[in-house]
Design a protein around this ligand. Structure first.
Ligand code: ATP
Length: 254
């Protein structure tokens, strides 16, 4: 069996006064679609920053694709869509395709030429998120959900194996949330991209997700999404700090 894509071993992290993460153990396997859930301040962003190599664990270790983070150089294998990416106003002077092409800079390096195949790669990425028709439109003229898709295309253009999304449905209007999850589901199942999404809202757990991790400084639950149903109210309260609504979607993937 190949090594897990991500292995988090006994990771703790503290900011000067605050212990943000304590003894986190978790693995993500190829093809997983994992939702990391937790209330405000539970350490979700800190954990992501550690996975992205922006913060170093205070103790413990993280392995990416079987390698210690110190030796992991293939950063383009991990795509990232940040929380605030879909908030461009109408005056922002870039078209959809220019924004997506910008994602190739990470792969080519800032002072290298973007390869001649860039247009093909941009087309492919825009098709993956169903945005090829809008390629000439200024990014600021699109809805929050459409902008979010463009930023996913920007992350996909360098062909990552894992895509990390921070609160991806913020700014996506309610009637488009399901279509947004359909798109993520397709990326996961058809293109084989491992997905990790972070949210503080248990309600967004959809049928498309395969695994759930409940974080609040420590991991209170990590497993298949439909096993989350078995978490007792006490465990739920210990995790969230107050009563939360149970997730009712038990169908779908396991
Ligand atoms: N730069 C920092 N310096 C000091 N403390 C910080 C810093 N960033 C985060 N913290 C603290 O670490 C804890 C975890 O924060 P983190 O941002 O990881 O949580 P989160 O789950 O992403 O929250 P949210 O859902 O509100 O985005 C919080 O108590 C927070 O106040």
């Amino acid at each position: 069996m190949s090594a897990p894509l991500i292995e988090i071993k006994n990771v703790s992290f503290r900011y000067e006064q605050t212990i943000a993460l304590e003894a986190i153990n978790m693995t993500v396997e190829e093809g997983d679609f994992l939702a990391i859930l937790g209330p405000n301040g539970s350490g979700k962003s800190t954990l992501l920053k550690i996975l992205l190599g922006l913060l170093k664990p205070t103790t413990g270790e993280v392995k990416l694709f079987g390698k210690d983070t110190k030796h992991f150089k293939e950063r383009e294998w991990i795509g990232y869509v940040s929380q605030k990416s879909n908030s461009f106003n109408s005056g922002f002077p870039a078209t959809v395709e220019e924004v997506v092409k910008g994602g190739l800079v990470k792969k080519a390096g800032l002072f290298h030429r973007v390869p001649a195949s860039a247009t093909k790669e941009v087309d492919r990425a825009l098709r993956s998120v169903g945005m090829e028709e809008l390629r000439k439109r200024p990014i600021g003229e699109l809805s929050g959900g459409q902008q979010q898709r463009v930023f996913i295309a920007r992350a996909l253009v360098s062909r990552p194996k894992v895509l990390i999304l921070d609160e991806p449905t913020v700014g996506v209007d309610q009637q488009n949330v399901q279509a947004f999850y359909d798109m993520l589901d397709r990326l996961n199942r058809e293109e084989g991209i491992t997905l990790i999404l972070v949210t503080h809202d248990a309600d967004v757990v959809s049928d498309r997700i395969s695994h759930v991790a409940c974080l609040n400084q420590t991991i209170h639950f990590h497993g298949f999404k439909n096993e989350l149903e078995r978490m007792s109210d006490e465990q739920r309260e210990a995790w969230y700090g107050h009563s939360v609504r149970k997730v009712h979607h038990v169908g779908g993937r396991s």
